[in-house]
Design a protein around this ligand. Sequence first.
Ligand SMILES: O=C(O)CCC(=O)/C=C/C=C(\O)C(=O)O
Ligand SMILES: [Fe+2]
Length: 313
Amino acid sequence: MPVALVGLSHSPLMGTNQPADETVQRVDAALEEARAFVRDFDPDLVVLYAPDHYNGFFYEKMPPFCLGTSAESVGDFGSEAGPLRVDTEAAKTIAGSVLEQDVDLTISARMKVDHGFVQPLEVLFGGIDTVDVVPVYINGVASPLGPVRRVRALGEAIGRAAADLDRRVLFLASGGLSHDPPVPVLEGAPPKVADALIEGTPPTPEQRARGEKRVLQGALDYVAGTSGRRELNPEWDRLVLDTLGKGDLDRVDTWTNAWFEAEGGGSAHEVRTWIAAHASLSAQGSYTVRSRFYEAIPEWIAGFAVTTAAPDA
Ligand SMILES: O=C(O)CCC(=O)/C=C/C=C(\O)C(=O)O
Ligand SMILES: [Fe+2]
């Protein structure tokens, strides 16, 4: 079946804490190129790999991966709230096939998602209800994390499952690359924060506003060079993009979580979504990158990339 891939960084600060006009114009051009690629491919199903930022997944039960047979956006950081257009039948078929392939997978019949899922749908498709989606959560923030080879195994299994569908499937990765925004951490958290991370008590509007302000302040500190957090790392980001672009997934298998954090910061684990999407594409043979944009954008706390890829003929 026809397949294609788009990799897209997300940032909750896109549109609110804008970098210089020239940067915005370059990003817009890259996004327009990705939109043209998607229009040309004309997918009728999007397998969307994205992380969560303690809006849908909590430590009471924290799965490494979860496929939604239905999903609803919480609407954080001004992202669209409401139900995603999940193709429940396709989601169930893919989940069943993955499990049959000996890869464990949690499913959710009522998955809550945040800007990590919503932003790529808004950017590429103009909203959360314009294209059929199978949302796949990949834990990229809540330690402990398993080895990235398990992400590859999941991605390949989903790729094989998608091949059995009579659909035009776009594998879409949301997140990464190097970035270290102020996302809460359970270890050492004060009791109230720990409770929220474990139990997932929905934040009040005031609490949500405080979290969003904290991220904005984090970005202002990044720009000023006073954040004290891991700097963006363009060299590392290019290495990651080169390796994924070449389809060298055996090398990816050797990457450790400690290396991700040392080189890319705490949220660099979001690259897991890119690994999953490339593994899905690789399940149908070799592929070639069709376009690639990269720029380190401190205003968005993001090593920011947009890439497209398609199978070799
Ligand atoms: O601190 C909070 O309450 C919210 C933190 C948050 O959601 C940060 C998100 C950052 C990204 O999604 C990112 O940079 O990838
Ligand atoms: Fe994120």
